[in-house]
Design a protein around this ligand. Structure first.
Ligand SMILES: Cc1ncc(COP(=O)(O)O)c(C=O)c1O
Length: 386
């Protein structure tokens, strides 16, 4: 039985070229980049080169990138690091109810430390209202942190318009672009953001490496203390091989964005057309147009999602009930609750398919067919029981 992986928003396989690029940094060029001998200097050069590569792909200078252990640390660095450095200017932060827990829990930590956080609501498509941002802004607001694209429902936020609202205000603007990176063009010189988080394992790079873009002149208090790595912004011996792999993954992802956008649109269409033809009752969650192309979140009315996921797994298909952190426990998704309210049936029956490296038209057609058959079977059972 062929395994079909459609959970790329949780994590993604390493691209073969990424593995190839990384190997020398485990085997021969294993030096500590802070060491002054040759092998250390070679490791340092590899980091410098990787940083330049990623900076170019993000439209910025290499000095503005801080490598971290992933998206979670980048979000924490931005939120805690900025808030603690600037608390004398105010203690108010604006975020949304549908952020990743890396943002939500960092904000909750700040609340415990005396900060005031506004968690903006979203509409049924998962979008924050620009007007709500405007109304929530106060003289003591120091930071606005809103995600670029949502990891569960794919909705993209109106980042440019929110940036316009923040013009002339002291508040810094951070965006979690972990899911958007590699599927949507991100050029920080054109985006109105001061900080932006990304993570390698979502774009066929290794796990445990990410970065925070920090606009020139924006000051952060370090979250980790130790050595002077990353120009004193992030202590700890650099993960050289992972950084090299991250740069390779970034190059491949950014250079193939357009063709993959088209392919993922085709995949989405296959799912939707098949379910329509099979007369399955379903509704797509998230915004219809303002969306990340690689994620389809769908509710199948009356279907127990745990049973659907288990049945799919038995046929070799790996999908997800939502974010990786809540999968397993299958708690109601905080994103869907924010969009629809607690009592809505769509929350109990939502499943996320996310596309990436290795997926083919044939695979997605099989995913569509198997899902339709299982949904019909389970749907009939649940109607029978009730
Ligand atoms: C939107 C978003 N932000 C942050 C993260 C955390 O990134 P990492 O797994 O690299 O810590 C994720 C991962 O699921 C994510 O989807």
């Amino acid at each position: 039985m062929e395994m079909i992986y459609v959970d790329h928003a949780a994590t993604s396989p390493l691209h073969p070229e990424v593995i190839e690029a990384m190997l020398p940094y485990y085997q021969t060029v294993f030096g500590n980049p802070s060491s002054i001998h040759q092998i250390g200097r070679q490791a340092r050069q590899a980091i410098d080169q990787a940083r330049r590569t990623i900076a170019k792909k993000l439209g910025t200078s290499d000095q503005n990138l801080v490598f971290t252990s992933g998206g979670t640390e980048a979000d924490n660095m931005a939120i805690l690091g900025y808030a603690l450095e600037h608390e004398l200017n105010g203690k108010h932060i604006i975020t949304s109810q549908i952020e990743h827990h890396a943002v939500l829990h960092a904000c909750e930590e700040l609340e415990k430390r005396g900060f005031d956080v506004t968690y903006l609501p979203v509409d049924e498509t998962g979008r924050v209202s620009v007007n709500d941002v405007q109304e929530a802004l106060r003289d003591d607001t120091i930071l606005v942190t809103l995600m670029f694209g949502n990891n569960e429902v794919a909705t993209v936020q109106p980042i440019k318009e929110i940036g316009d609202v923040l013009k002339g205000h002291q508040a810094a603007f951070h965006t979690d672009a972990v899911q958007a990176c590699g599927v949507i063009e991100l050029n920080v010189s054109e985006l109105p953001v001061d900080m932006l988080s990304i993570s390698a394992h979502k774009i066929n790079g290794p796990k445990g490496i990410g970065l925070l873009y920090v606009r020139n002149g924006v000051k952060l208090r370090p979250v980790l203390f130790g050595g002077e790595q990353e120009r004193k912004r992030r202590a700890g011996t650099e993960n050289v091989a992972a950084i090299v792999g991250f740069a390779k993954a970034m190059e491949i992802a950014v250079d193939s964005i357009e063709e993959r956008q088209e392919l993922y649109q085709q995949f989405s269409k296959i799912l939707i057309d098949t379910w329509t033809k099979e007369e399955v009752i379903f509704s797509i969650n998230g915004h219809q147009h303002e969306r990340l192309p690689h994620v389809v979140n769908v509710s199948f009315r009356g279907v127990n999602i745990e049973s659907l996921l288990m049945n799919l797994d038995l046929t070799g298909i790996a999908a997800s009930s939502g974010s990786a952190c809540t999968a397993g426990s299958i708690e109601p998704s905080h994103v869907l609750v924010a969009m629809f309210g607690k009592a809505d049936e769509r929350i109990q029956s939502a499943i996320r398919f996310s596309f990436g490296l290795g997926n083919t038209v044939e695979q997605i057609q099989r995913v569509a067919n198997e899902t339709a058959q299982i949904v019909k079977r389970l749907g009939q059972q649940s109607e029978f029981i009730s």
